[in-house]
Design a protein around this ligand. Structure first.
Ligand code: SAM
Length: 246
């Protein structure tokens, strides 16, 4: 599908009031302390993953993924992918959340997870914790440049690319934290999910895939860096007759 035309200016901001932003920031500090502590405790069970995790964390402290600047490069990338600035809004799934969710979705040795919109790759460590192969696809070069090496040290891959064009043929599980994506981008991702092999599990944050061929296995409320959020585990089937999507 060709990129959509540039958005109207009023569509293209985070759209939050100042008090809401302050409350969000304060709660995020507490969540950050809690989730980092639990991540580290969990990673002590697989100490090989701890140095890459700490390096990713250090990079976040040095260069925050949350403070995104509009630059010529960002505008160019967004125009090429047909997206708007607010779709780059950042947030992560803590490793402990990811381990629980992926385990629930049946990920383990012999499975392969693809994270579409992988950011700095924190979810990939959760997949590695379970012994699965893991690959992340991320649109923004600055995330990939900072995170690629630690992610590789954890035995995973982080590649630069547009998730709506990603190769999903080898995936047993596809995860996407698509909370900030517009309905148009989500629709393009759903078309991409249709290139998966039947039986592939699709894991989505905030909202499910609402299209024929995606059967809900389970729904959960889990902790993310910005607070509790719903997550759906669905299974893709190319046989859409009698399909239940909810
Ligand atoms: C909310 S973050 C999620 C990071 C990670 N998946 C996690 O859950 O911890 C969403 C990421 O998707 C990226 N993104 C947005 N549109 C994308 C696209 N078309 N292709 C690949 N990545 C994209 C953003 O740059 C951002 O890093």
């Amino acid at each position: 599908m060709p990129p959509s035309p540039p958005p109207a200016q009023d569509e293209d901001d985070y759209g939050m009031s100042l008090p809401a932003l302050v409350v969000l920031r304060i709660s995020i500090v507490f969540i950050e302390l809690f989730t980092r502590l639990f991540d580290v405790l969990l990673l002590l069970r697989h100490p090989r993953l701890l140095p890459p995790y700490l390096r990713l964390w250090l990079h976040e402290v040095r260069v925050s993924p949350y403070r995104l600047k509009r630059s010529f490069e960002t505008t160019r990338v967004l125009q090429a992918s047909g997206q708007i600035f607010k779709e780059l809004m950042y947030g992560e799934m803590p490793v402990h959340t990811g381990v629980w969710l992926f385990w629930k979705a049946g990920l383990g040795r012999g499975s392969r997870l693809v994270d579409l919109g992988a950011g700095r790759g924190r979810t990939l460590l959760a997949a590695r914790w379970l012994g699965a192969e893991a690959r992340g696809v991320e649109l923004m070069q600055y995330h990939v440049d900072l995170a690629r090496k630690p992610v590789e040290k954890a035995g995973a891959q982080l590649v630069l690319g547009d998730a709506t064009q990603a190769d999903l043929q080898d995936a047993t599980h596809v995860f996407t934290n698509w909370t900030a994506l517009t309905p148009q981008t989500r629709a393009r991702l759903v078309e991409r999910f249709r290139t998966c092999r039947p039986g592939t599990r699709i894991l989505t944050v905030t909202r499910p895939v609402e299209a024929p061929g995606f059967t809900v296995i389970s729904k959960h409320r889990l902790l993310f860096t910005w607070g509790p959020e719903h997550v759906w585990i669905q299974e893709f089937s190319d046989n859409v007759i009698g399909d239940a999507t909810h």
